[in-house]
Design a protein around this ligand. Structure first.
Ligand SMILES: [Zn+2]
Length: 145
């Protein structure tokens, strides 16, 4: 049945190899999945406070509910940013675009500057994913803190 073993006994290992081979054969194993694998492999090895790693998981999966999301669900009375009160609080606004956040990033030793008019601008969860792959573990620990 699984095409890997002639035995009628079900083995998790053989089904895993069958599904993996099929996924690779039909091309559904994309570079995005490779990125995801690299991100999680690196993130779970980091010697950081578990709460920070889990918080990152929420951001990377776009599951972190900020005020804009809560407003859409009828949980919050307004969608405005808790820091500036001027713009809708999305994850990208809260962590990148808010002028308060920009000051924190700029003051940080890495001197990160986000510019929403830059052609390389990506939503915060994408930026975090790319940087987890590309930077040293020490820097990731500081960013997550
Ligand atoms: Zn703001």
């Amino acid at each position: 049945m699984w095409g890997v073993s002639r035995s009628t006994t079900f083995y998790v290992k053989s089904s895993y190899h069958f599904l993996k081979a099929r996924r690779e054969a039909d091309g559904s194993h994309s570079s995005m999945q490779d990125n995801n694998h690299q991100v999680w492999k690196k993130l779970w090895k980091i010697k950081s406070i578990p709460r920070h790693v889990h918080f990152s998981w929420w951001i990377l999966h776009e599951k972190l509910l900020v005020k804009n999301d809560l407003f859409k669900k009828g949980i919050s009375s307004d969608p405005l940013c808790v820091l500036c009160g001027e713009h809708n609080e999305t994850t990208s606004h809260l962590f990148m675009d808010c002028h308060w956040s920009k000051q924190i990033w700029f003051a940080y030793s890495l001197g990160v500057v986000f510019n929403s008019h830059d052609s390389r601008y990506v939503p915060f969860h994408k930026w975090l994913e790319e940087n987890i792959i590309d930077v040293d573990e020490d820097i990731i620990v500081h960013v997550l803190a």
